[in-house]
Write a protein that binds this ligand. Structure first.
Ligand SMILES: [Zn+2]
Length: 84
């Protein structure tokens, strides 16, 4: 089981929804087709949460990952406040 700080919280879900909406408004970055197939993901890397979309365009067949935003993990904030 993942530690709590690696699990998405309500704030993460809100970011994911907002950023997904914003990114998909622009459609496929190769051809601009709007009805792309996508999966929104959060991956945990180097003490950050990386929010990204995995996108497949049914029109031009482009496949790519679009990093939407990166958020430092709560663990970092805790460390700073404790050891300062
Ligand atoms: Zn396309």
């Amino acid at each position: 089981m993942l530690p709590d700080w690696e699990l998405p919280d309500a704030d993460d879900i809100r970011i994911l929804e907002n950023e997904t909406h914003r990114t998909l408004k622009e459609g496929c970055k190769e051809c601009g087709f709007l009805q792309v197939v996508f999966q929104s993901c959060i991956s945990v890397e180097n003490e950050c949460k990386v929010f990204f979309l995995s996108i497949e365009c049914p029109k031009c067949l482009a496949k790519y990952k679009d990093i939407m935003t990166i958020k430092p993990m709560r663990k970092d904030y805790d460390n700073k406040s404790i050891y300062k």
